[in-house]
Write a new protein. Structure first.
Length: 360
């Protein structure tokens, strides 16, 4: 038996309960969690914005040590430190094999629809985003774990599994920020802070952070922001003023709201790039006129998991951590127990804090 935060139904409060977790079967790995980050995607799963079979154990940004392995597992051994990969690529579908775009793997979330554990009453439980990291231990497919590179603290390493990979990838793979470019970042939560640090590592010039909460200015500047703006109707105008009347070379939206996406677009210079990282609901509709698309010649792109290949990018990120360029601990605003997850969700909805980290 292990303790876990269980979502019994969409929009229901999480319940802390003991669950019956089986030993790993063939091709599976049992992981004892050291920490799990509370991501906005978990909130989106709990409220139905993203689909998830229930009852489920949420949590997908996690790291820990291997407790046991099933038959045929060769990539990790018991006692090894690992990071959970919530979107493991199959390596065989069209996106993986033909396009070399594993972040779009059509089978990445296959495990979400397969029960992996049971309640003490015998009811089947599903793993949130394949990982079920809001628990003391979890069981996942072998391809859903990655060895933790040396020199990275295992608890803080949980952030590499989602927030940092997403933020880093948004900068380096999607927006492709170049030395000296100006970057506007909308939303200074865990991912936004990772975007700021990654843009600084990329050599960005002006780094303009935008958020609804004035409390986030100190965190934003510590992550590399050169300016901080409170979100307002005049935000796009203020960004153009700060950038010589042109607009930012790159705008990265980390909120997932139509209004914020539109403001990010308006804040981008002619010929610039607007990258949308935030996950919004289908009711969030953004409109553009045909004339402005032609006139501004901007690029608007979505960004899934930072367009990252974790096996390729994790060693790079670990190198930045070891070099002191990437500060994982600076992304964490609260270290909590499982019981603190609902409050972390509430803080997220209010636009407060950076990343809450569940520590075991």
């Amino acid at each position: 038996m292990v303790r876990a935060a269980v979502l019994t139904a969409v929009n229901a409060p999480l319940e802390i309960a003991e669950i019956d977790l089986p030993e790993p079967g063939p091709g599976q790995v049992r992981v004892r969690l050291a920490a799990a980050g509370v991501c906005h995607s978990d909130l989106s799963l709990s409220n139905g914005t993203l689909r998830q079979p229930v009852p489920a154990v949420l949590g997908h940004e996690g790291a820990g040590t291997v407790a046991a392995v099933g038959e045929g597992v060769t990539s990790v051994v018991p006692g090894a430190a690992v990071i959970l990969n919530w979107a493991p690529s199959c390596g065989q579908c069209h996106f993986c094999a033909a396009l070399s775009e594993p972040w779009l793997c059509q089978h990445a979330n296959a495990a979400t629809t397969v029960p992996y554990a049971r309640t003490t009453g015998g009811q089947e439980l599903y793993p949130g985003l394949s990982a079920a990291a809001f628990a003391e231990e979890t069981v996942v497919p072998e391809r859903a774990v990655l060895p933790l590179p040396d020199g990275v603290p295992v608890a803080d390493a949980a952030l590499l599994g989602c927030a940092v990979l997403t933020g880093y990838g948004a900068v380096h793979h999607c927006a492709r920020v170049r030395t000296g470019e100006s970057v506007a970042v909308f939303g200074v939560g865990g991912v936004g802070l990772a975007v700021l640090q990654s843009a600084r590592i990329a050599g960005a010039g002006q780094l303009i952070a935008v958020d609804v909460s004035p409390e986030k200015e100190e965190m934003a500047r510590a992550a590399g922001a050169t300016e901080f703006l409170l979100a307002a109707e005049t935000t796009a105008k203020e960004i153009r003023k700060l950038t010589g009347g042109h607009g930012a070379d790159v705008a990265v939206e980390c909120v997932g709201r139509a209004e914020t996406i539109r403001t990010a677009w308006n804040s981008t210079r002619r010929g610039g790039r607007t990258t949308v990282v935030g996950i919004g609901g289908k009711e969030q509709q953004v409109s553009f006129s045909a004339l402005e698309i032609f006139h501004f010649a901007r690029t608007l792109s979505g960004c899934v998991y930072g367009n990252c290949d974790p096996a390729r990018d994790l060693p790079v990120l670990a190198g930045h951590v070891r070099a002191g360029c990437l500060d994982l601990a600076a992304l964490v605003t609260d270290r909590i127990a499982l019981e603190g997850i609902p409050e972390a969700f509430t803080s997220m909805l209010a636009g407060k804090g950076g990343r809450a980290l569940v520590t075991f």
